[in-house]
Design a protein around this ligand. Structure first.
Ligand code: PLP
Ligand code: COI
Length: 378
């Protein structure tokens, strides 16, 4: 009994009914006006994910049900040193953003994030969260924190729904207790350089995920496993790692915390979803936008040799990364086996720029979009 169906009230308390007919309210305990933090004046200067708003949402899972839902001040967690998440990485998260258009606060395809959150939960043997309830809760939190949503182009309020295993036990088995919470952080660009080409290190030594593993889940352990290769990359002046497949070290997978696209002449290709990479919501949106624009957008296997030969022959015109944090990030150079390759002119390509402008335009409500991707919190 790990799933609850909800009924929600948009104002006042949010209620939901569990399978046993148990109704739950969200308690709202707001920080006093005096205790509120100062909202940073220049969000573009804040290093990604270092400043958090006044409030957060949390609820606990115990005795086979979610309970104690509350919006309260942003505060440290109290955890047993034996909490299972700390030892065996039973933890998942999501990344999404809220954008401002005047007084309106917008979310981009938020239901997709909660769908994926529940897919990650299943893979990590964690309880699911009712996605309708999760979205209503998020909207409620955002209404309280509305003033924190920045209005500068390229900035947003980053949203981090998280679930961790909290049972105090050293046996390796799924926890019986969990904490789900949402924290909010005003952010500018993920990469320090902003929307300008980054240099990427192709790792042929370490791998991120193998078939049958947890690569397609947004599981915390995947990111821990990626750190060593990331450190190798930064030591030699590269920003992120481009992962190759675990079996042959031949096929492109993804870039750090983003999906990868390669523009070959008239085709824009991205690796297929084979279970080892994250099914990016930005990736899906990019494929749709390219198709609508009449461009050939394909999901297929792309070998590193095809990319390097294409760079040499001029067939590879652009490479870019796509993700919630990364938005659309141009790749100017690739490092592979001790050699650096310059992609095109090393500058931002036309398709990359068009996608960046179109996507950020849609997300901030400046460009209309017929897919219903943008949801207002009101
Ligand atoms: N791949 C990984 C490993 C990620 O962490 C992310 C970021 O969420 C992505 C891809 C891109 O996914 P999305 O576009 O849904 O943010
Ligand atoms: C996101 O794009 O939301 C991510 O989760 C990336 C993050 C690991 C920085």
């Amino acid at each position: 009994m790990r799933f609850f169906y909800g009924t929600y009230l948009l104002r006042g308390t949010v209620k939901y009914l569990g399978m046993l007919g148990i109704e739950m309210n969200i308690d709202i305990n707001l920080v006093s006006q005096d205790a509120k933090k100062t909202i940073p004046a220049d969000v573009l200067k804040i290093p990604f994910g270092t400043v958090f708003t006044d409030h957060m949402f949390s609820m606990r899972y115990a005795d086979d049900r979610w309970c104690d839902a509350e919006i309260h001040e942003y505060r440290p967690l109290s955890l047993s040193p034996a909490a299972l998440c700390l030892h065996y990485a039973q933890g998942i998260f999501e990344g999404m953003k809220a954008y401002r258009r005047g007084e309106t606060v917008l979310l981009f395809r938020p239901e997709k994030n909660f769908e994926r959150f529940n897919e990650s939960a299943k893979r990590m043997v964690m309880p699911e969260v009712d996605s309708g309830f999760a979205l209503e809760t998020l909207k409620k939190l955002l209404k309280i924190e509305r003033a924190w949503v920045p209005d500068v182009l390229g900035s947003s309020l980053y949203i981090r729904p998280t679930m961790i295993a909290t049972e105090s036990k050293l046996g390796v088995r799924p926890s019986s207790e969990y904490l789900y919470y949402i924290i909010l952080s005003p952010v500018g660009p993920y990469f320090e350089a902003g929307f300008s080409p980054v240099k990427i290190y192709v790792s042929d030594k370490y791998v991120r995920a193998a078939k049958g593993g947890t690569g397609s889940a947004k599981a915390s352990g995947n990111y821990a496993a990626s750190l060593l290769a990331g450190t190798d990359a930064t030591k030699v002046g590269y920003t992120q790692v481009l992962w190759l497949d675990a079996h042959e070290r031949k096929w492109l997978e993804e870039i750090g915390a983003a999906n990868v696209f390669v523009k070959f002449d008239d085709e824009v290709a991205t690796p297929s979803l084979t279970g080892t990479i994250l099914s990016g919501i930005t990736r899906d949106s990019v494929l749709t936008l390219l198709n609508e624009e009449g461009m050939k957008a394909t999901e297929r296997n792309i070998s590193i040799q095809e990319v390097l030969e294409g760079i040499k022959s001029g067939k590879v015109l652009e490479i870019f990364a796509s993700g919630t944090a990364a938005i659309i990030s141009p790749i100017g150079h690739l490092w592979y086996k001790g050699q650096e390759y310059c992609v095109g002119t090393g500058d931002i390509g036309n398709t990359t720029r068009w996608l960046y402008n179109t996507l950020t335009g849609i997300q901030s409500g400046q460009i209309e979009n017929s897919h219903g991707w943008v949801v207002s919190i009101d």
